[in-house]
Design a protein around this ligand. Structure first.
Ligand code: SF4
Length: 358
C-alpha cells in the first residue's frame, strides 16, 4: 500500500513531468545499436508507472497516442533491412512494457514477433514489466519464435523492500518477481534483471551495498544482469532534487568497484546500459541528462570500460547462459544456485587494475 511519503513523492514526480513534451510527431520507433545488439523501441502511449508518478528517476517519455499498426511494421522492416549483418541480438521494447496490451496490442505483438522470427537474428530479447509476464504470453512467445533464443528483461532496480516502496514505488513484490523469474526459466528462456546503481536518499556506501545485494540476488537466481548507473534525466523528480542540492550524480568509479566484487564468470553475465552513451533528447528544449562523474584524468579510461561492458558482455552473457550450467539448469526447470562472495574491497584487484591502467 502507498505510504503518505511515497504519495507525496509521486505527486511531486508528476509535477516534474508536467511540462514534458511528448515524442515529436512522426517518430514511430526509437533505434539504438551497441556492438552486436540492435534495440527497437515501439513508441506507444505511456508507461502505467510513469502515469502514476512512480520511478522518480525514469523518463522513457510519453507518446501522444498509439500509431496504426502498419506504421510500426513498416518502420521495423526498414530498421531490420538496414541492420548490420553482425547484429545477433534484437531487443524489442517500448516506452514502458512491451507485454502491456495497452501499449502494444495483441495484434502488434504478434506481427512484431512474426517478423523477428523471420529475421536472421538469433537472439530475441523482450523488455517488459514483470507483472505483464504470464504463462499464456510466454507460450505465445515460444510459439511465435520457434527457432530463436529468448530473453525476457524486467526492471527490478533493488531487492530492498523499503527502497522499493519508498523510492522506486512501482509496487514490485520480490516474492512475485522471483516466481516470474522461475516461470520464465521454466520455458528455457533467460531472465534478465535490470539493476539501478545510485538510488536517491542513500549515501554512496548504501547505494553500493544495495547494488551488491541486488546483484547477488540476480546471480543466485540464475539471471542475466543489466546494470544501470543512475542518469539524472530532465522532467523527473530526480532532476529537481539535483537542482535543489538533494541529489548528486554518482561517481563513475562506483561501477568499476561493483564489477570488482564479481568473479570472472559473473562479470561475463553483466551488461552495462545507459552509462552516458545515450539519452532522450527533446529537440524543443535545452534540457539534457546528467551522467555519472569522475575527474578528467580517469574519465576516458572509465568510459572505455563502460563501453566494453555494454558492447561485449551482451554476447558473452548469452553464450555463458545458454552453453553454461545456468542455461542447462534453467532449461531443466531448476534455479541454479551460485555462491557469491560478498566483497567490500575498495582497492582494485589485479584483474581490474589491468583493465584500468591508471
Ligand atoms: S522505470 Fe520502467 S516502470 Fe518505471 S516509469 Fe520507467 S518505464 Fe515505467
Amino acid at each position: 500500500m502507498e505510504s503518505a511519503e511515497s504519495a507525496i513523492l509521486m505527486r511531486a514526480n508528476l509535477q516534474a513531468k508536467k511540462n514534458r513534451p511528448s515524442f515529436s510527431h512522426g517518430k514511430v520507433c526509437d533505434v539504438f545499436c551497441s556492438g552486436n545488439l540492435i534495440e527497437i523501441g515501439f513508441l506507444s502511449g505511456r508507461c502505467c508507472n510513469d502515469r502514476r508518478g512512480s520511478c522518480i528517476m525514469c523518463d522513457y517519455g510519453a507518446a501522444n497516442g498509439i500509431r496504426p499498426i502498419q506504421e510500426y511494421l513498416v518502420e521495423m522492416d526498414r530498421i531490420l533491412e538496414e541492420a548490420a549483418p553482425s547484429v545477433h541480438v534484437l531487443l524489442l521494447c517500448t516506452n514502458g512494457s512491451f507485454l502491456d496490451r495497452t501499449q502494444i496490442s495483441q495484434e502488434l505483438f504478434q506481427a512484431v514477433l512474426e517478423r523477428a522470427a523471420q529475421s536472421q537474428i538469433e537472439w530475441i530479447e523482450i523488455e517488459t514489466h514483470y507483472k505483464d509476464v504470464t504463462p499464456k504470453k510466454l507460450r505465445q512467445i515460444q510459439h511465435l519464435l520457434p527457432n530463436k533464443r529468448i530473453a525476457i528483461e524486467m526492471g527490478l532496480e533493488t531487492t530492498n523492500p523499503v527502497y522499493q516502496s519508498h523510492i522506486i514505488m512501482k509496487e514490485i513484490d520480490l516474492a512475485a518477481y522471483e516466481r516470474t523469474v522461475a516461470l520464465i526459466q521454466s520455458f528455457g528462456f533467460l531472465a534478465e534483471v535490470n539493476i539501478m546503481v545510485g538510488l536517491p536518499f542513500l549515501s554512496p556506501k548504501e547505494q553500493f551495498d544495495d547494488a551488491v545485494r541486488t546483484m547477488e540476488w540476480a546471480f543466485r537466481h540464475g539471471c542475466g544482469l543489466v546494470v544501470f548507473p543512475m542518469n539524472i534525466k530532465p522532467y523527473t523528480l530526480l532532476m529537481e532534487m539535483f537542482r535543489s542540492g538533494h541529489y548528486q550524480p554518482i561517481s563513475s568509479w562506483m561501477l568499476p568497484l561493483l564489477l570488482d566484487t564479481l568473479s570472472g564468470p559473473q562479470l561475463e553475465q553483466v551488461t552495462v546500459a545507459w552509462y552516458g552513451n545515450r539519452e532522450e533528447i527533446y529537440p524543443e528544449t535545452q534540457e539534457r541528462a546528467i551522467f555519472s562523474r569522475s575527474c578528467p584524468s580517469c574519465a576516458a579510461e572509465i568510459k572505455r570500460v563502460y563501453r566494453q561492458c555494454s558492447e561485449t558482455a551482451a554476447k558473452r552473457c548469452w553464450h555463458s547462459f545458454f552453453r553454461g550450467p545456468a542455461g542447462a539448469a534453467a532449461a531443466a526447470g531448476r534455479t541454479p544456485k551460485t555462491r557469491f562472495p560478498h566483497s567490500r574491497r575498495i582497492r582494485l584487484s589485479p584483474s581490474m587494475r589491468s583493465i584500468f591502467p591508471i
